[in-house]
Design a protein around this ligand. Structure first.
Ligand SMILES: [Ca+2]
Ligand SMILES: [Ca+2]
Ligand SMILES: [Ca+2]
Length: 175
C-alpha cells in the first residue's frame, strides 16, 4: 500500500507481511514501512506485528487517513470464513498510524448479513470530502439471467472512529 504514514508530505510504502505460524499455532502478520525522503526509501522498518492470531491469507489491505489526523492509516478487509448456513462473514480492521508505528488493529465493522471476502476488492478514498478516508469495495455479486457477470460497488463511510454500514452504490455489468 501507499500513504504518508509519518505526515511529512511524502508518500511512503507499507507492506503487510506474512510471518507464517508461531510455535503455539498463531498466524503471524506484520507491517513494514519504507519511508520516502523524496528521492529514496529507508530500509523497511517493522511498524506493527500481531500479538493474537492474524492470518495474512485472510487479508486484503488498503490505506487512507481514516481518522482524519493527517497521518495515513491502514485498513484490512478480513475473511472470517463461512458459517454452517452458508453466510459469508467478513470484518474490517483499521490500524491507526501515530506517525512512527501502527496501533493494534481495531475492528470497525463486522458483517451481519452475508458479505464475501473472496468477492471483494477494497480501495480507499475520501468519497465524502470530510477529510476522513472512506473505503470502497467492488463486489462480485453473481451472474445475470443472460449470463453476464454482475458486480456491485459498496462504500463504507468513515465516522473518524468507525465506519458506517456498507451502502450499495451501484450494481451492474460492464461486459
Ligand atoms: Ca512520509
Ligand atoms: Ca490517520
Ligand atoms: Ca470521508
Amino acid at each position: 500500500m501507499s500513504g504518508d504514514y509519518n505526515a511529512d508530505g511524502k508518500d511512503d510504502v507499507a507492506v503487510l507481511y506474512n510471518g507464517g505460524t508461531s510455535a503455539d499455532g498463531k498466524f503471524v502478520s506484520s507491517l513494514y514501512t519504507f519511508a520516502s525522503n523524496g528521492t529514496a526509501f529507508s530500509n523497511p522498518r517493522k511498524t506493527w506485528t500481531s500479538s493474537g492470531s492474524f492470518n495474512w491469507n485472510a487479508t486484503k489491505p488498503t490505506s487512507a487517513d481514516y481518522n482524519g489526523d493527517g497521518k495515513d492509516d491502514v485498513a484490512v478487509l478480513y475473511n472470517r470464513g463461512t458459517s454452517a448456513d452458508g453466510t459469508h462473514q467478513s470484518a474490517l480492521f483499521t490500524f491507526a498510524s501515530d506517525g512512527t508505528d501502527f496501533a493494534a488493529p481495531r475492528e470497525v465493522w463486522t458483517s451481519t448479513g452475508s458479505f464475501s471476502w473472496a468477492a471483494s476488492q477494497p480501495v480507499s478514498g475520501d468519497f465524502t470530502k470530510d477529510g476522513k478516508g472512506d473505503i470502497g469495495v467492488l463486489y462480485r455479486s453473481g451472474t445475470s439471467a443472460d449470463g453476464r457477470r454482475l458486480d456491485s460497488l459498496f462504500t463504507f463511510v468513515s465516522t473518524g472512529t468507525d465506519v458506517k454500514a456498507p451502502v450499495k452504490q451501484w450494481t451492474g455489468s460492464v461486459i
